[in-house]
Ligand binder design. Structure first.
Ligand code: FES
Length: 83
């Protein structure tokens, strides 16, 4: 699927660029020797960068020290977090 129609960048190309270390849209474009034109793809590329970075860092899972406490009067149940 094309993410950037202006530069003919598809999702596999962007995913590979992120896997190769791209941490910004500019570095993704730079890996392919192009620049953003209309900019409509920027949010999608940014989302792929963020999700790829989170997966690479192992931060997709909730941290054990994080606790969610509902505010007063909230209908949300308390969630037990293992120590
Ligand atoms: S779709 Fe990527 S710059 Fe236009």
């Amino acid at each position: 699927m094309f993410l950037c129609v202006c530069n003919a960048l598809n999702d596999k190309m962007v995913r590979q660029a992120v896997a190769d270390g791209a941490r910004s849209c500019a570095s993704v474009f730079g890996q392919f020797g192009c620049r953003p034109q209309c900019g409509k793809c920027i949010p999608y590329i940014r989302q792929m960068i963020n999700s790829g970075h989170i997966a690479a860092c192992g931060e997709a899972r909730p941290r054990p020290t994080e606790r969610i406490s509902p505010g007063p009067g909230s209908a949300l149940p308390l969630v037990a977090v293992p120590p």
